[in-house]
Every structure is written in structure tokens, then in C-alpha cells.
Design a protein around this ligand. Structure first.
Ligand SMILES: C[S@@+](CC[C@H](N)C(=O)[O-])C[C@H]1O[C@@H](n2cnc3c(N)ncnc32)[C@H](O)[C@@H]1O
Length: 271
């Protein structure tokens, strides 16, 4: 089972995360900064590891093959192609032929399987749907080697830590698997107008679950006012986990769309 914790972090009961596994290089410790200032970013390390890049790239490609033939993937593609969900993507696209994908908070693709599975899904979606454009990726914990792997798989790494506050000017799918509530909140806060929200599709932790958790445990509210407000009007479609292999990577995830809110009905939120 999974549940949002008191700080809005997504928790799953299972093997402890963050424990370096044997044989895996320990990552430099990067403390998450307060999600406020935008700043330029480069990976902390500067290690050249062409062999590691090749090995990890192959590992992700193999995982993509495994995912592509899974029941989970087929169910997810069916969900996206369902007229109700697809209609939401079409509304986000408007008159554009493509929406770009921004991947925030993917985690360490070298150290953990869930981030690799999440990345595999993003790459498979781009490959399958012609309406998905370029993929941009940012996570402050990425190593130089991981950045090179992502680039070799066709992604562009952002050199600015936007703290999730990207001002959305064109249709964009934000792929934010299991990010912290603050990051979703920053994104929504930066785009808190009906005109901007309608250009956003968001894959991430279920806003509905945040809402339920806030009713039980008010402490999440401070960092997630926009998330909780958006939960009231978002069209949310929960991702169905049809096999245990994908549980850790995708539990409690949903597609969210915000195009149905009218400017006049958008609540004012003062932080
Ligand atoms: C709870 S972890 C989830 C990691 C991975 N998606 C998973 O499910 O295992 C949240 C991730 O968000 C990243 N993060 C923190 N601040 C960020 C920012 N400003 N922009 C993008 N990612 C950020 C963290 O480094 C961390 O990897």
C-alpha cells in the first residue's frame, strides 16, 4: 500500500529506499533545496564512464522491451486511447500537433528500478504517439553518467532547476512520477489561470489521494494548497496496476487534466 506522508512525500511500504545497494556506486548526497529559487544546474560529479553509459543504456532498452510486452503497458495504452482520456489530451493539444514532455523528478536511473521503469514508459509513449514531442528531463540528483544515458536515449537535460515553476506557453505533458507535493504545487501555482492550466496534462501522484489524505491529516495542506484546490476540478484518471512488477513504480498514479475550469471559478489562493 502507498500513502502520502505527513510532508507530502510518497511512501510505499517495502524495501527501504535510499540505501545504496552493493555494487552500485554511491551517489553524492544532494539535499533537496527549498523549492523556491530557479538556478542553473550541472551534475555534481564529473566522472567519465563510457562503459557505464553503454551498460545502463542497454539496461533501459531491455526494460523498455519488457515493459512493451507487459499487461500493465497494454492496459495503460488502452486507457490513453479510451475516448474520454484521449479527448482530454486532444483538448490540451488544441490546435498544436504535438505536446512536449517534461520529466521532473525521475530519480536515480542508475540505482533504482522504479525510475528506470518510469523512464521506459516515457520513452515508449514518445515512440508510440506521434503527438508527443521532445522530452526534457530534470532531477537535481542525476549524475553526469545518468545525464549521458538520458541524452543517448533522445532526452534533453535541463540546465536550469526550474523548481517545477515552468510557465506553460504551449501544450505540455508533465511526467512527474511520485514527485513530492511541493513540486506539483509549484507547477500549478506558476500556471494558476484557466488559460495556462488547459495546456497542461500531468502524470503524477493522485490529487484525489492527496485530498483524502488532507482530510485525515491536515499537515499536507500548507505545501499543497494549489494541489488540493486543483483536485476539486481536475479530470483525474487513475492508473490501473494490473501486475505487481509495476507496483512500486506506478502505484497511486493518475493522469490529470485541468481544462474544464473557468477563470471565474478558479479559487484565489494566497500563500
Ligand atoms: C520521491 S522521489 C521520486 C523518484 C522516482 N520518480 C521514484 O518514483 O522513485 C522525488 C524526486 O524528485 C526530485 N526533485 C527534487 N526537487 C526537484 C526539482 N526541483 N525538479 C525536479 N526534480 C526534483 C528528487 O531529487 C527525487 O529524485
Amino acid at each position: 500500500m502507498a500513502a502520502p506522508g505527513s510532508n507530502g512525500e510518497w511512501m510505499v511500504v517495502g524495501p527501504r529506499r535510499g540505501m545504496p545497494r552493493r555494487g552500485i556506486r554511491e551517489k553524492p548526497m544532494v539535499r533537496a533545496k527549498a523549492l523556491e529559487e530557479r538556478e542553473s544546474w550541472t551534475p555534481i560529479d564529473s566522472e567519465n564512464d563510457p562503459e557505464g553509459v553503454l551498460k545502463l543504456t542497454c539496461k533501459v532498452e531491455l526494460l523498455m522491451k519488457k515493459m512493451e510486452s507487459s499487461l500493465f503497458y497494454h492496459a495503460l495504452m488502452k486507457q490513453i486511447e479510451d475516448p474520454e482520456v484521449f479527448g482530454c489530451f486532444i483538448r490540451v493539444l488544441g490546435s498544436s500537433s504535438q505536446m512536449q514532455m517534461v520529466v521532473y523528478g525521475i530519480g536515480s536511473i542508475e540505482s533504482y528500478e522504479p525510475p528506470r521503469l518510469q523512464l521506459s514508459l516515457a520513452l515508449l509513449m514518445k515512440r508510440k504517439f506521434s503527438w508527443i514531442g521532445d522530452i526534457e528531463v530534470f532531477d537535481p540528483i542525476l549524475s553526469k553518467m545518468e545525464c549521458e544515458v538520458l541524452e543517448s536515449l533522445g532526452c534533453r537535460i535541463l540546465s536550469i532547476n526550474e523548481q517545477g515553476r515552468r510557465n506553460v506557453l504551449k501544450p505540455t505533458l508533465f511526467f512527474m512520477p511520485h514527485c513530492e507535493a511541493d513540486l506539483y504545487n509549484n507547477l500549478l501555482q506558476a500556471n494558476w489561470s484557466a488559460d495556462s492550466l488547459k495546456r497542461i496534462a500531468l502524470f503524477g501522484n493522485s490529487f484525489h489521494t492527496y485530498k483524502l489524505a488532507s482530510e485525515l491529516n491536515g499537515s499536507i495542506v500548507q505545501s499543497a494548497k494549489h494541489v488540493l484546490a486543483a483536485a476539486e476540478f481536475a479530470d483525474e484518471f487513475k492508473v490501473e496496476i494490473v501486475s505487481d512488477d509495476f507496483l512500486r513504480a506506478f502505484h497511486d498514479s493518475s493522469w490529470h487534466f485541468f481544462g474544464s475550469v473557468l477563470e471565474s471559478k478558479l479559487p484565489s489562493i494566497f500563500s
